[in-house]
Design a protein around this ligand. Structure first.
Ligand code: SF4
Ligand code: SF4
Length: 408
């Protein structure tokens, strides 16, 4: 059974010190270059005291809060993903020796990380990566090493952003299972409710000078959760998402979003669950030293779908469809869970302001329209397409961009 206790700000510092004393790098939220990011921190003073954020589609700004909250903001610009699944991972290096080649073991992994203040959405994303990268036939050794040694301190989200929809996805604002410790920040007086989630969390908490949690503390923490749910910026109807996405394979909405999407890959770079990579080989100028790296890649890049003879998904609309359909439908078939945790980062950091929740709503509206429109009317040319839609969804007419069905 979980232990509940109260830590004050000195206790929070003692927690960080205890983790550092155990050899952890403590990674937590801090203000850097006008954004709240996860980075190495050593002190409570490194946390963004009294700073909140405003997030909307294609919009991010920090702002001053009227209080001294240390975690009074929503999802940080980047999630915890880079700490456990880095964007550039050296796999091996080799040096020419005479006519042969010496292959060196891969770089040693860095010190284990303690992730402080991760949100429910990001904790759920780590659980997803555990399934994808550890729970199947081939275990990702790099991820396994980092993950095995990581210490997770989640925090209840008190002030979700306008782009957040974790409540819809069932991942927040109260973090689910998987954290060693879960904090809820309480103000007046400033303190933290701490709940243990693992024996490792129990062990660390036992070292700290904490107070037992009172009924008033527990009630205050519940009020934080209720307040966050009430402030949730967006929502998604999830009960039939998989079927909706599969049934929408030929929706004209993909062409609409394809015309707005810049294929910049931002959404996949900030997404805490995206895990696509490619392999790059680099050598020095002499050609005597080679390195192989695994780097993040994106299904929004043309090259990512290259098979023999060329790319499979040459249009932006086809790539957006691939991304959203995998996230919300095929992921469920592959891994038994949604690939989206509702963090909202793909909305905030999309330079075109494309909003996953709005795209799903539009697909739903389109599906409803198809159900209620007679087949003969559905075959008429949709406005602005410049051609008549055939029964298969292909489009005729010279000014019309190819639909996903003809350009995958
Ligand atoms: S798809 Fe968007 S909202 Fe969902 S987890 Fe990825 S970045 Fe977050
Ligand atoms: S949806 Fe937005 S963030 Fe994603 S590739 Fe397109 S323009 Fe970039």
């Amino acid at each position: 059974m979980a232990t509940c206790a109260i830590l004050d700000l000195h206790g929070l510092q003692a927690l960080m010190d205890a983790l550092r004393g155990r050899g952890y790098r403590v990674i937590g939220p801090t203000l850097r270059d006008g954004a709240l990011v996860l980075a190495d921190i050593t002190s409570v003073e490194d946390l963004p005291r009294g700073i909140g954020d405003d997030q909307a589609a294609g919009h991010y700004r920090t702002r001053a809060r009227a209080d001294e909250a240390l975690f009074g903001f929503a999802a940080t610009a980047q999630s915890a993903k880079p700490a456990l699944f880095p964007p550039d991972q050296q796999l091996w290096s080799g040096t020419r020796v005479g006519d042969g080649y010496d292959v060196s073991p891969r770089e040693p992994e860095p010190a284990p990380v303690a992730l402080l203040g991760i949100r429910g959405c990001d904790l759920a994303a780590i659980t997803i990566h555990d399934t994808v990268l550890l729970g199947r036939g081939a275990i990702d050794a790099h991820y396994a090493t980092r993950r095995d040694h990581a210490f997770l301190i989640a925090i209840t989200c008190a002030t979700p952003a306008g782009t957040c929809f974790c409540a819809s996805m069932g991942t927040g604002p109260k973090p689910g299972e998987g954290a060693d410790l879960t904090l809820t920040e309480l103000l007046d007086p400033h303190r933290f409710l701490v709940e243990t989630g693992t024996p490792a969390g129990e062990e660390v908490l036992a070292e700290l000078a904490s107070e037992p949690a009172a009924a008033a503390d527990l009630a205050a923490a519940e009020a934080v959760v209720a307040g966050a749910v009430a402030q949730m910026g967006r929502q998604v109807q999830t009960d039939d998402l998989r079927d909706l996405l599969y049934a929408s394979a030929e929706s004209p909405r993909w062409n609409d979003v394809g015309e707005r999407c810049l294929a910049c890959t931002n959404c996949t770079m900030v997404c805490p669950t995206c895990f696509c990579t490619s392999v790059e080989d680099v050598s020095d100028l002499s050609g005597d030293v080679d390195e192989r790296h695994r780097v993040w890649d994106s299904c929004f890049s043309m090259e990512y779908s290259r098979l023999h003879g060329g790319a499979v998904r040459t249009s932006t609309s086809a790539r957006y469809r691939q991304w959203l359909t995998h996230k919300l439908a095929a992921w469920t078939d592959q891994f038994g869970m949604s690939g989206c945790v509702g963090c909202g980062r793909c909305i905030t950091w999309c330079p075109a302001g494309i909003d996953l929740t709005a795209e799903v709503a539009a697909l739903r509206e389109d599906a409803t329209h198809r159900e209620t429109t007679p087949a003969s009317a559905a075959l008429a040319a949709p406005p602005g397409t410049g051609g008549a839609r055939t029964r298969s969804g292909t489009t005729t007419g010279s000014a019309t961009p190819p639909t996903p069905s003809t350009d995958r």
